[in-house]
Write a new protein. Structure first.
Length: 158
């Protein structure tokens, strides 16, 4: 959301933000509370305040987060940094996506329930070292899209 706001500011692209309002109202956008905490900019805070339904608390996906933490080294991921002064939202974003994608928290495998796949939206590039969201998405067979890919896939026409 921060990259989206930086590249497509509300005052320059109002129709995009109206469209995002609609997606939020339809429940098609989700954010974990940890990612919301990183959104310090007033327009983003206002967007989140208008759409509290998009915010997922850790309690709703904690099992997925704990499973991701347990499986991190086995999967070659290093999303969490114990030396960091502040916990970054990345592992929480990935854990929320696992839950939304219909994964079993105990094994991170797909459940046998057909669901539309969840895609993680970020502008991060793969690091190859397991430290970035796209690396985690690759390791966990999660969809990952950039802002432009997201806009195309959702059919946005400004």
């Amino acid at each position: 959301m921060i990259d989206l706001k930086d590249r497509y500011p509300c005052e320059v692209f109002p129709s995009l933000w109206t469209w995002l309002d609609r997606l939020a109202e339809e429940g098609r956008l989700r954010m974990c509370e940890q990612a919301c905490d990183e959104c310090d900019d007033p327009p983003l805070k206002e967007f989140i305040k208008r759409h509290t339904n998009i915010v997922a608390t850790l309690a709703s996906f904690e099992g997925h987060f704990r499973s991701l933490q347990s499986a991190e080294s086995q999967l070659g991921l290093r999303l969490t940094n114990p030396q960091a002064a502040r916990t970054q939202a990345d592992p929480f974003v990935v854990a929320l996506a696992l839950m939304l994608d219909g994964r079993d928290a105990s094994s991170l495998q797909h459940k046998d329930i057909p669901q539309q796949r969840c895609h993680v939206l970020s502008e991060e590039k793969r690091s190859g070292g397991g430290r970035k969201i796209p690396d985690a998405c690759d390791a966990l067979d999660l969809g990952h899209v950039t802002i432009v890919e997201f806009l195309r896939a959702e059919g946005y026409r400004g």
